[in-house]
Write a protein that binds this ligand. Structure first.
Ligand code: NAD
Ligand code: UGA
Length: 463
């Protein structure tokens, strides 16, 4: 086979590095893939029975390939030295301090990885940008590699479009694979080499090649468009609540226009996840640095609308509960930023919870997948209180039933399937009356709940 003998290394064993390389290993059994990371605990978890991330279908693929052609290691230098193609899938969070703080991408981890590659690589390498980065990063990385290294490097941009919760099916059957490269001879050869890997399972017509800048920009634009749809429908939900229109009916009617499309029009408590906000702010910062203040403002409004949506949800809860939640028990169902993941990064639940703590409510949280330690870490960081302070207001529960017992209200923050099939009659027996439901995901049967006697508030729906 064409790829026999090819060796791939991926730096960064996170939500992207783990699943993408596992899928590649499954589809290209003749390629040896090593995923390296500086985090000893993360690598140990990848090598254990309990993987460090929860993603439907991931376990099976990792277990099928691990030890055969898929390896997890902390030997970063060895991984780099042995590889022909090196993916870099390290985190690129929003900068916390310094120039561009709160908006620009922090490329510290990326540059450290690039400098590591430069210092240990002895033979020519194709270096692939898998992380989401600002435009021009490939050029900057290329300068670092060539300035500090002793061999030839071709830098490609190959952004990842998987969504958490559906990562394995997205990787198995992607809408497209995007590869950006230089147009010189070695650039073209590098693009062809990477395209051959993907062509093992992705139809050639779905493998797009562009210049590096277009590829880098397309990733930021794709996430900004997706987030913009959510903010648009959430803005509409505010109009619906003030007018008697129903946001799901509006989304259906609007989405059936084939030019608009029906996906990604689900009104919610606000989008979360590690990337939407980060990538939009990154684009905003790029626009500002290019002197495009109006373009920056346009995209920035998507994030502002999202912040308002979270605040609107909490305000409705306070107003509904007779203008105070102080001392009232509230069952918060769902802490992950969407269903089928244990990831809580930028989850709307964190902000909802922070606000409820500020209001001195008693919050009982249940999520089927998120670890307790993660919740405490998120809430101490968001409230700037220590854990014992937070614990005065927050209790973690092992089931939705336990969280709801003695509660004034249930708030659905994540659309986990199991919340749809709870016995709401039984739940209500143990709740304070009148019992409230605030459905932040519009996943419950509101008529049935009202029949049971609940007062139901839903996003973008008449009372
Ligand atoms: P993550 O935090 O889960 O994983 C990043 C890993 O890189 C960590 O395990 C960290 O220890 C490791 N790392 C950091 N610096 C390193 C270094 N110098 N050497 C070796 N390892 C190092 O992040 P993620 O969610 O996988 O995201 C990675 C990138 O992919 C980001 O740029 C993100 O924007 C992008 N992305 C993420 C998703 C997603 O769904 N999470 C989807 C598409 C794109
Ligand atoms: C998103 C993109 O969908 C991926 O293509 C991209 O690769 C990824 O970001 C990334 O770059 O990290 P992800 O954040 O994992 O993926 O999940 P999404 O399904 O996009 O959901 C993001 C947030 O929007 C979630 O909080 C979700 O609940 C919310 N959402 C989504 C809505 O509120 N309504 C919708 O209609 C869709």
């Amino acid at each position: 086979p064409k790829l026999a003998g090819l060796r791939i290394c991926c730096i960064g064993a996170g939500y992207v590095g783990g699943p993408t390389m596992a899928m590649m290993a499954l589809k290209c059994p003749e390629v040896v893939i090593t995923i390296v990371d500086i985090s000893v605990s993360r690598i140990a978890a990848w090598n254990s029975d309990v993987l460090p991330i929860y993603e439907p279908g991931l376990d099976k693929v990792v277990k099928a390939c691990r030890g055969k052609n898929l390896f997890f290691s902390t030997e970063v230098d060895q991984g780099i030295r042995d590889a022909d193609i090196i993916f870099v899938a390290v985190n690129t969070p929003t900068k916390k301090v310094g120039m561009g703080a709160g908006r620009a991408a922090d490329l510290t981890y990326w540059e450290l990885a690039a400098r590591r590659i430069a210092s240990v690589a002895e033979t020519p390498k194709v270096v692939v940008e898998k992380s989401t980065v600002p435009i021009n990063t490939a050029e900057a990385i290329s300068a670092v590699l060539h300035g500090a290294g002793k061999t030839r490097f071709d830098v490609l941009s190959n952004p990842e479009f998987l969504a958490e919760g559906t990562a394995m099916t997205d990787l198995d059957n992607p809408d497209r694979v995007l590869i950006g490269g230089n147009m010189n001879e070695s650039g073209k050869a590098a693009v062809a080499k990477l395209a051959d890997v993907y062509a093992h399972w992705v139809p050639r017509e779905r493998i797009l090649t562009t210049n590096v800048w277009s590829s880098e920009l397309s990733k930021l634009v794709a996430n900004s468009f997706l987030a913009q749809r959510v903010s648009s429908i959430n803005a509409v939900s505010a109009i619906c609540e003030a007018s008697g229109a129903d946001v799901d009916e509006v989304a259906r009617a609007v989405g059936m226009d084939s030019r608009i499309g029906s996906k990604f029009l689900k009104a919610s408590v606000g989008f979360g996840g590690s990337c939407f906000q980060k990538d939009i702010l990154n684009l905003v910062y790029l626009c500002q640095s290019m002197g495009l203040a109006d373009v920056a403002e346009y995209f920035h409004s998507v994030v502002m609308m999202n912040d308002r949506q979270k605040e609107r949800f909490v305000s409705r809860m306070i107003h509904g509960l007779f203008n105070t939640v102080t001392g009232k028990r509230i069952a918060l169902l769902g802490f992950a930023f969407k269903k089928d993941t244990g990831d809580t990064r930028e989850s709307a639940s964190i902000e909802i919870c922070r606000r409820l703590i500020e209001e001195r409510a008693s919050v009982c949280i249940y999520d089927p997948k998120v670890e307790a330690d993660q919740i405490w870490m998120d809430l101490t960081a968001a409230t700037k209180l220590d854990k014992t302070e937070v614990q005065k207001y927050v209790t973690l529960c092992d089931s939705a039933y336990e969280a709801a017992s003695g509660a004034h209200a249930l708030a659905i923050a994540t659309e986990w399937d199991e919340f749809k099939t709870l016995d709401y009659g039984k739940i209500q027996e143990d709740m304070v009356k009148p019992s409230f439901v605030f459905d932040g995901r519009n996943v419950l049967d509101h008529d049935a709940l009202r029949e049971l006697g609940y007062i139901v508030y839903a996003i973008g729906k008449p009372l």
